[in-house]
Design a protein around this ligand. Structure first.
Ligand code: KG4
Ligand code: ZN
Length: 323
């Protein structure tokens, strides 16, 4: 079963083909138009998706060497609703034209299950930490479609904190990759920052961001490398602490991370060496991609699902809820 996945929830237009043999095609087209605005401009994202969706899907089919897939899967949310609609409507129309089943995929479920793309040896149950620009949630993945939320942020997402701190430091958007690069040359113990936690399991990143701002106002001479390293170390410590707690709570020691922040070198190193059994997706499967959407589509298509073509975009969509 060859599944075409389409992703357009934010600022990447992506298409991929996944089958029982693995990933047959994996195309991601990033949008450059947002850089000048310091963040993603929803209207520009939708227009760029509309321009790119056909060439990107065609490139994926060509690269997989197929004329048409057996199933079409597309992200239906959560995300920027106008952006989601572009890939979703294209996917529904393509499924209709090809007369094949259609699966509406939850983008977060894509990140949650993304480690399965590159680790066929990973099996349920496992702990999956989704750390992206809009979400920071630790799930116990019990089976396909059965997820228990163990911890989440009570305010900012981890990626949002990276982006806001980068903006404060004048480093541009998106901030995560720049902070990651600077941090490798700084001293993580140079700036004393809090490790804010909310209760036993939940997380909080808004206070950390404020602590960075206050420090920079008082100590403008701080080397950007040291600020980046100290901030990153604080985020990583909180995330890894939550993984350890979740492992103790559930007795499950297989852990994975997904979402843009999972591309972070400091986090990857800390999770790989934290004593738990780590299954990290490669960096290009942490940031937004369509292979994870095709994977989720395939798992549900194998279970006989076929979503109605009246399915529409959901700007908010908790993982595990029916579409
Ligand atoms: O999963 P993603 O590509 O899109 C969403 O679904 O949100 O995540 C984007 C987020 C941004 O906040 C970006 O700054 C962050 O992931 N990010 C990183 C790194 N690469 C991307 N954060 C830290 N280190 C990185 N290397
Ligand atoms: Zn994402």
């Amino acid at each position: 079963m060859r599944v075409l996945g389409i992703e357009s929830s934010c600022d990447e237009t992506a298409a991929a083909v996944v089958s029982g043999q693995g990933i047959l095609a994996d195309i991601v087209h990033g949008q450059q138009v947002h850089a000048a605005y310091g963040g993603v401009v929803p209207e520009l994202a939708s227009r760029a998706h509309a321009e790119q969706v056909v060439p990107v899907v065609r490139a994926a089919l060509d690269s997989a060497g197929i004329e048409r897939p057996d199933v079409v899967a597309a992200t239906a949310g959560p995300g920027l609703v106008g952006a989601v609609l572009v890939g979703l409507c294209f996917g529904k129309a393509a499924a209709l034209g090809w007369k094949v089943p259609f699966i509406a995929v939850n983008h977060l479920e894509g990140h949650l299950l993304s480690p399965l793309l590159d680790h066929p040896d990973l099996y349920f149950p496992f702990l999956s930490l989704v750390v992206s620009g809009g979400h920071t949630t630790l799930y116990l993945a019990q089976d396909v479609g059965r997820y228990q939320t163990l911890a989440e942020t009570v305010d900012d997402a981890a990626g949002e904190a990276f982006d806001k701190v980068a903006r404060m430091m004048g480093l541009g958007y998106p901030g995560g990759p720049v902070i990651d690069r600077l941090a490798s040359q700084g001293d993580p113990r140079s700036v004393p920052l809090p490790r804010p936690k909310a209760g036993e399991m939940d997380m909080s990143f808004a206070g950390l961001k404020t602590a960075v701002r206050t420090w920079l106002q008082k100590h403008p001479e701080t080397r950007p490398e040291d600020m980046a390293a100290s901030f990153q170390a604080a985020v990583v410590e909180v995330l890894v602490d939550r993984l350890h707690r979740a492992a103790r709570l559930t007795g499950v020691e297989r852990v994975s991370i997904g979402g843009g922040v999972a591309a972070n070198a400091g986090l990857r190193h800390a999770v790989s060496s934290c004593g738990l059994q780590a299954f990290l997706p490669p960096r290009h499967h942490c940031t937004d991609n369509a292979a994870m959407i095709a994977l989720v589509g395939r798992l549900y298509a194998q279970r006989g699902r076929n979503d109605p073509l009246s399915t529409t975009a959901r700007p908010r969509w908790p993982v595990g809820e029916p579409v």
